[in-house]
Design a protein around this ligand. Structure first.
Ligand SMILES: NC(=O)c1ccc[n+]([C@@H]2O[C@H](COP(=O)([O-])OP(=O)(O)OC[C@H]3O[C@@H](n4cnc5c(N)ncnc54)[C@H](O)[C@@H]3O)[C@@H](O)[C@H]2O)c1
Length: 248
């Protein structure tokens, strides 16, 4: 198992890609800390993972947009495991779609706060904890989106947040490479999760017609790429983005 003994901290772990990532990383031997704003859903993730892979996995309530909530979560992890996580996966994310002429300032701020600032805070606080503990082999994986690269009608806030995540990841990778911390982004296309299922059918049909592989992705197909980036098989990869889009 490629991740035996590693401690993995996954945000947005109560649903979709985050939940699948918990399962796949546990399958590969990691201890899982599943964190989500929705604690009940994070608990469900951990119950399922613990049934299948009998190691010490825990769930936490966490708001990635809130600095003290992250400090509290990291404090609990250190108390429980005596060390910081060395695999960090930022899956927490939200949509608040609208056309630019109608988008409220509140919905713009909320998306930037969760998707971009949340990623910044988790990266900064986890990297500091890793360095303070003298660890020099860690991997941080941030969820961007193919929309951050090409844009999409009705998603100025989301596209801007995800473009920001990609550039943040690249820049942090330059600063942290000599500390043994690798950072990469995964850019999913259209993946069958509650987030995508909430998109109106008309829009879904339009997207589907543009996917060369003719189908949406499954969350496990993102999680497998995350597992590759988390482990030593990708030991010379940092600062890059991997598109997982069925060719979109
Ligand atoms: N599904 C797709 O098609 C797709 C495509 C591209 C990128 N992504 C990205 O992948 C990531 C996961 O998406 P998903 O489809 O699994 O979404 P999802 O809606 O199924 O899951 C997102 C999870 O994040 C949690 N969350 C939201 N705000 C939070 C906060 N402030 N603090 C902590 N947790 C919070 C939610 O409770 C939820 O459990 C997101 O960043 C999303 O933008 C998804």
């Amino acid at each position: 198992m490629t991740l035996t003994g590693r401690l993995a901290f996954i945000t947005g772990a109560g649903s979709g890609i985050g939940r699948s990532t918990c399962r796949i990383l546990a399958r590969d031997g990691a201890f899982i800390v599943a964190a989500d704003k929705n604690k009940k859903n994070a608990d469900e993730t951990i119950n399922a993972v613990s049934k299948e892979f009998k190691q010490k996995h825990i769930s936490l309530e966490l708001d990635v947009g809130n600095s003290s909530s992250i400090d509290e979560a990291l404090g609990k992890i250190l108390k429980e495991y005596g060390k910081p996580p060395t695999i960090i996966v930022n899956c927490a994310g939200i949509l608040r779609d609208n056309f630019i002429l109608k988008l409220s300032e509140e919905d713009f701020d909320e998306v930037l706060k969760t998707n971009l600032k949340g990623t910044f805070l988790i990266v900064q606080k986890c990297a500091n904890a890793i360095i303070e503990h003298g660890i020099n082999n860690a991997s941080i994986i941030n969820l961007g989106s193919i929309i951050g690269k090409y844009g999409n009608i009705g998603q100025v806030n989301y596209a801007a947040s995800k473009a920001g995540v990609e550039r943040l990841t690249r820049t942090a990778s330059l600063e942290l490479a000599n500390k043994g911390i690798r950072l990469n982004s995964v850019l999913p296309g259209f993946i069958m999760t509650p987030m995508f299922q909430a998109v109106p059918d008309k829009v879904k049909t339009k997207f589907m017609s543009k996917i060369p592989m003719g189908r949406c992705g499954e969350p496990e197909e993102i999680a497998e790429v995350i597992a590759f980036l988390a482990g030593d098989k990708s030991s010379y990869i940092t600062g890059t983005s991997i598109e997982v889009t069925g060719g979109f």
